[in-house]
Design a protein around this ligand. Structure first.
Ligand code: MN
Length: 235
């Protein structure tokens, strides 16, 4: 493996995602972990899923389940759940699938997208890292935990996991736009589509690539947590 890469909560921010992929240029030698919450909030969930499906043809990828994907899958199962999902991002998500951008209808989501979302995993481990959407309980092995925590637990008072592995997660939005780096745990949900940034962490290089909906790009040094060089704006 060349690079171990992780992208935080995308939330339908296609402009940010396209630019991030263009800048990071993941290859067949890399491993790219998508930390979940690909959907909801932003303008183009459908475009984001299409892009990731295309990318997966060339790049080894792992997809993790976010709490928003859990909402979406529940909505698919049951008409009533679909109603409450509308208040938590379902409407923006489904409008991105509507041919006229008018009618939020779950029937417009194609099978290929359901198949991808249904395949999302609870967590992913390497020898040194744990990747998860929400958080993990610090004192329990992963295979003994209630999977709800993996999608819902917040990045608050985070203790090292008993495995000694570094935990890399999304879910708890960092309003500053800068990842939270405790060394034993890093949160890279940097508030995309709400005036923040979309982050791709290059784990071994200890840098983070960031883009936003204004098509800005910057690189953070994960040791000093400062921006390296000048910010670029794409025309
Ligand atoms: Mn999220």
């Amino acid at each position: 493996m060349d690079r171990l890469l992780a992208i935080g909560d995308i939330h339908g921010c296609l402009t940010s995602l396209q630019l991030l992929i263009e800048k990071v240029q993941p290859t067949s030698e890399d491993l790219l972990v998508i930390l979940g919450d690909v959907i909801s909030r932003g303008p183009d969930t459908k475009g984001c899923i299409d892009l990731l499906i295309a990318l997966e043809q060339d790049v080894p990828m792992v997809f993790l389940m976010g709490n928003h994907e859990e909402f979406m899958l529940d909505a698919h199962e049951c008409e009533i759940a679909c109603g409450s999902w509308m208040y938590f991002g379902g409407e923006e998500t489904l409008l991105s699938y509507a041919p006229d951008y008018q009618s939020a209808d779950i029937q417009n989501v194609p099978d290929s997208h359901w198949e991808l979302i249904e395949s999302f995993q609870d967590y992913f481990e390497t020898d040194e890292e744990i990747f998860v959407h929400g958080m993990v309980e610090p004192d329990e092995p992963l295979d003994q935990q209630d999977s709800t925590a993996f999608r819902w637990l917040k990045f608050e008072d985070v203790q090292p996991h008993i495995s000694g592995k570094q935990v890399i997660c999304g879910h708890t939005s960092q309003k500053s736009g800068i990842p939270a780096n405790l060394k034993h745990a890093i949160c890279i949900d940097t508030n995309a589509c709400r005036g923040g940034w979309l982050t791709c962490l290059d784990v071994k290089a200890e840098i983070a690539h960031q883009t936003n909906e204004e098509s800005e790009y910057r690189i953070l040094d994960m040791n000093s947590m400062t921006v390296m060089g000048d910010r670029e704006t794409e025309d």
